[in-house]
Design a binder for this molecule. Structure first.
Ligand code: 6PG
Length: 485
């Protein structure tokens, strides 16, 4: 019989297996359990093969729980929703007062808050912990976003600090996020930002390929080059890799054979729903979600293309020859400027929720723990951290002096790319709406006065004035009628 282990992990799909191996490799003996017991044996076998790591497998929940030192900590990595409730029910039956359960899935934050409220009845502590970085991150160092019981966090902090990705000069990619479901909420917005980044990159690809006529080889070298500068990030790196990979089933490159339909699991949609609930404009993230919806209408799009082709509309509306080098440089700048807008939206959403819930989230600290391990890791996050360090009360990233300068420097290129795309009939919803976000936010006066006037005209909704206090209503219709008579 092995001595009690330091921690347990339930749910041994690849993410769970990898996280368990990572924890064991950092010197923490770990017990593992899965309902389908073959996964337990598979994990123990992998632990043996990957260096005799201290992983102990159990086929039943009772002996699994009994094998962990007290107070016990169990990380669950199971599908969000009902499976989490089921796993809690199974495991908690054998747990004691003071033990702790951590949900490492992409859970809806309110489910975490509900469970956290139920825990004192069971004498247990609870954490909802966002885990980002996919399978590779789980094995070698993810970004971790734990929220909920601070006591529980302190008890496993030593493990998390070692297991998380380590970034030179900025430390392990983990911090105590805050109370309640804040860890899950922050991970949800991370995913919304991830949607935005992926969409913006896809638009850059579309413009370069469809208008600039770049080949996959050229795209591979452009993205590789971009990954050496301000755009350096995991998503740019994997994009460069993708353009270099040949099809193993037929001639050509694999990317050209992948069906143009994007799947999704839900966190991006939740992000947009939350933005609407909190009245925070998040148009870049919303555009990325809409683009996924439209991509799903493949069959309809095929039919629509036929209709418009017969009306004289080809796929691309221009045969304008462009200067490739100039276009590549413009698109790089447009991508970067749009990215600033997208992150500004995500950060503002987190801040709005933090105020609503009293979570006191530290935006600079979030940027820091996203610098490594996670899907949106990027050199750019260091600039965001510094912006919030300079001014924690920053209303919007766009007005940070350094970001403002970066936007000003890139705005001409950004406008050229959006205009070129529009004239070519290539949709760039992420880049276009980011530009519109910037152009709206930077203007002292927007045409909302007219909308207010219309609302007052047809609905007596009243309006405020620029030159005096108070609430006003005008009989617009009567006056207009008199003018006509
Ligand atoms: C991560 C990822 C991860 C997952 C996304 C995919 O941070 O490691 O975000 O959580 O890959 O949820 O989301 P979609 O399936 O919705 O694209």
């Amino acid at each position: 019989m092995a001595p009690p282990t330091r921690i347990g992990l339930a749910g041994l799909a690849v993410m769970g297996q990898n996280l368990a191996l990572n924890i064991a490799e950092k010197g923490f003996p770990i017990s593992v359990y899965n309902r389908t017991t073959s996964k337990v044996d598979e994990t123990v076998e992998r632990a043996k093969q990957e260096g005799d790591l201290p992983v102990y497998g159990f086929h039943d929940p009772e002996s699994f729980i009994q094998s962990i030192q007290k107070p016990r900590v169990v990380i669950m990595l199971v599908k969000a929703g009902a499976p989490v409730d089921q796993t809690i029910k199974t495991l908690s039956a054998y747990m004691d007062k003071g033990d702790c359960i951590i949900d490492g899935g992409n859970e809806w934050y309110e489910n975490t808050e509900r469970r956290e409220k139920e825990m004192p009845g069971l004498g247990l502590l609870y954490l909802g912990m966002g885990v980002s970085g996919g399978e590779e991150g789980a094995r070698n160092g993810p970004s971790l976003m734990p929220g909920g019981s601070f006591e529980a966090y302190k008890y496993i902090e030593d493990i998390l600090l070692k297991v998380a990705a380590q970034v030179p000069d900025s430390g392990p990619c983990v911090t105590y996020i805050g109370k309640g479901g804040s860890g899950n909420f922050v991970k949800m917005v991370h995913n919304g930002i991830e949607y935005g980044d992926m969409q913006l990159i896809a638009e850059a690809y579309d413009v370069l390929k469809s208008v600039g006529k770049l080949s996959n080889e050229e795209l591979h070298s452009v993205f590789s080059e971009w990954n050496k500068g301000e755009l350096l990030s995991f998503l740019i790196e994997i994009t460069a890799d993708i353009f270099g990979i040949k099809d193993d089933k037929a001639d050509g490159y694999l990317v050209d054979k992948v069906l143009d339909k994007t799947g999704m699991k839900g966190t991006g949609k939740w992000t947009v729903q939350q933005a609407a609930d909190l009245s925070v404009a998040a148009p870049t993230i919303a555009a990325s979600l809409d683009s996924r919806f439209l991509s799903g209408l493949k069959e309809e799009r095929v039919e629509a293309a036929k209709v418009f082709k017969s009306g004289g509309f080809g796929d691309i509306l221009t045969d304008q020859v462009v200067d490739k080098a100039k276009l590549i440089d413009d698109v790089r700048q447009a991508l970067y400027a749009s990215k600033i807008c997208s992150y500004a939206q995500g950060m503002n959403l987190i801040r709005a929720k933090s105020i609503e819930k009293g979570w006191d989230l530290k935006l600079g600290e979030l940027a820091r723990i996203w610098k490594g391990g996670c899907i949106i890791r990027a050199i750019f996050l260091d600039r965001i951290k510094k912006a919030y360090d300079r001014n924690p009360e920053l209303a919007n990233l766009l007005v940070d002096p350094e970001f403002a300068k970066e936007i000003i420097d890139r705005q001409s290129a950004w406008r050229r790319v959006v205009c070129l795309a529009i004239n070519s009939g290539i949709s760039t919803p992420g880049m276009s709406t980011s530009l519109a976000y910037f152009d709206t936010y930077r203007r002292e006066r927007v045409p909302a006065n007219l909308v207010q006037a219309q609302r007052d005209y047809f609905g007596a909704h009243t309006y405020e004035r620029v030159d005096m206090d108070g609430s006003f209503h005008t009989e617009w219709f009567k006056i207009a009628k008199k003018l006509q008579d």
